[in-house]
Design a protein around this ligand. Sequence first.
Ligand SMILES: [Zn+2]
Length: 282
Amino acid sequence: MDISDIFKHRKKKLNKMMQARKKQDLDETIECKKCHGTFKKETLLKNLMVCPDCNYYFSMTPHKRIHLVADEKTFKEHLRGLKSVNPLDFPDYDEVIAKNKEKSKRDEAVCTGVMKLNGITCAVAVLDSKFMMGSMGTVVGERIVAITEVAGRKNLPLIIFSASGGARMQEGMFSLMQMAKTAAAIKKFQDNGGLYISVYTNPTTGGVSASFAAMGDILIAEPDALICFAGPRVIEQTIGEKLPEGFQHAEFLEKSGMVDMIVERTKLKETLYKLLVLHGMS
Ligand SMILES: [Zn+2]
């Protein structure tokens, strides 16, 4: 057996192992957080991460979200090299970042880039609730601003999918500053005629809901998404009153005019495309 045969043999073995692992992964049993029904991961993936029994929307990683809306192999990620630092010397922050990197297989809580959606080039950002609850620190703010500026320079529509627990407490005031910074960049983009579509996914809360996420020219929400600044429990404890049914959820906010439309995942790409065409994008 010569050296090339050895490599071929090893490659075959590796492929077999990877396929077996993939199959094992797809066979994993998942329990729905809402109805507690169980099903295979493969079923959930085929159903776009929506519970087949009760329609509960599982969170989507940036990878899956981009796969859902982008034309195949058109997404190009921007600013991959940015790294979080620990400006306040916050205890254990570096370890927390390292753990989240390993868990999410991403380098930060947002992924930004340019993609095509049914042939229309768009700037896009997707927050990742699996990375420190999608919280906004300096890197998240910087990436949102940078992709907004790309959209402005290249006359592209901007689509942001938000999922966040708010500003990142470990970066203190540096995190809070990102609210003003991202809001200013979006305002400048819109003043120059840019189109910004904001998609709220579950949950979009705190400083993200109070800055760029709420500034969309069109505000779309996924069904039953929690969208709020302070959570219902905090408000109930503060005002000492019971809140109405569905308070701060997408359907409630649509009724009160805070959300323009609720769009199911199966119709998301088609709806975004219609909106882009309606605004003269091609
Ligand atoms: Zn369910």
